[in-house]
Ligand binder design. Structure first.
Ligand code: EAX
Length: 326
């Protein structure tokens, strides 16, 4: 009897020790969109890189398709560390950390080269640092891309045509104020929004071309205007305390893998943009490729003087971004 107990005890001890020796880091990572979407392209690349480079020591479990709720919900779960990481559109961050909204300032970035130079440089880094005040570790920027307007009421060519459109915007102060200033009637809502467009609760929305295609918004939106009004980044983040509690080697690995995944995904988006536009035209959308951007800019620039950019840190960062993107 004694012998059996001893054997059992040894077996238990071995299992416990083996368990410790092989204990894995399991990362829960949240994205709001479905497989095939920009956030997921980045998430899947990150998972592949981190699992292979850590030789299986770090595992990533991706939660997608709004299974964790909206992007605002995911950010709250990251703050609570029930989810460790997320690839989240920049818009909803500005409710948590106001200064990040400077990246979404309308008509600021001229092209992708400028985006890469600034977001991968010291200014991008400064911005990622600001996220720490809300308990996020900013790792990298991936992208949704430049946002364009769709609606169901009329062709939009100048800003005057936007007047009174019931437009869904992200749960973001910047986006809400922008569309108010442009003359529309904005309603903040989480993602997805197909049903609301279908039922006519809203007339309009704005998103990059891959979104309009992947979420079949062409079925419920007739007009597309290539406004490119906001460069929509994602911020790839982790819970700050959780991240800092990891061994330095793992921190570096996670940061490097996320940076590589973000670059991979930005390329994916840029390579596929023209194809998405062609498909949307083929699907029957009426596209204005050369709207009167000057009329939009003239109104959008007024955002700068609104309370949105009054707080000193946000104002300071906006000045720096505007100077760098001139
Ligand atoms: O990434 O909420 C939004 O408009 C986002 O751009 C959307 O989730 C697609």
């Amino acid at each position: 009897m004694k012998r059996i107990s001893l054997i059992l005890f040894s077996a238990f001890l071995c299992m416990a020790m083996c368990g410790v020796a092989f204990s894995k880091t399991v990362i829960k990572l949240g994205v709001v969109t479905k497989p095939g979407s920009a956030q997921n392209v980045c998430a899947e690349k990150f998972k592949e890189l981190v699992e292979s480079r850590s030789k299986g020591e770090i595992n990533v479990k991706i939660f997608h398709s709004a299974s964790l709720g909206t992007e605002t919900d995911i950010l709250q779960q990251i703050q609570m560390n029930t989810v460790q990481m997320g690839i989240i559109t920049l818009g909803p961050f500005d409710v948590f950390v106001p200064s990040v909204r400077v990246v979404g300032f309308p008509f600021m970035f001229k092209n992708f080269e400028q985006v890469d130079k600034i977001l991968d440089g010291p200014l991008g880094n400064e911005l990622l640092k600001d996220l720490e005040s809300a308990g996020f570790k900013g790792l990298a920027f991936s992208e949704n891309g430049f946002r364009h307007l769709t609606n169901n009421v009329r062709p939009v060519h100048t800003v005057e045509d936007v007047k009174g459109l019931k437009i869904r915007v992200m749960e973001s102060e910047l986006h809400k104020e922008l569309w108010r200033v442009l003359g529309a009637n904005p309603t903040p809502m989480g993602w997805p929004i197909y049903t609301e467009l279908q039922q006519g609760t809203i007339d309009a929305q704005e998103n990059p071309l891959w979104v309009i295609w992947t979420y079949k918004l062409f079925e419920v939106q007739k007009y597309l205007t290539l406004t490119g009004h906001v460069y929509s980044a994602h911020i790839d983040v982790a819970n700050l305390s959780w991240f800092n509690s990891l061994p330095e080697k793992s921190q570096k690995l996670i940061r490097d893998c996320m940076m590589d995944a973000a670059h991979y995904e930005r390329q994916w988006n840029r390579t596929n943009e023209a194809g998405f536009l062609a498909k949307l035209k083929k699907a029957g959308m009426i596209v204005d490729e050369h709207p009167d951007i000057a009329s939009f800019k003239a109104k959008a620039v007024k955002l700068k003087d609104l309370p949105l950019f009054k707080d000193p840190r946000t104002k300071e960062l906006l000045e720096k971004f505007l100077a760098a993107t001139k």
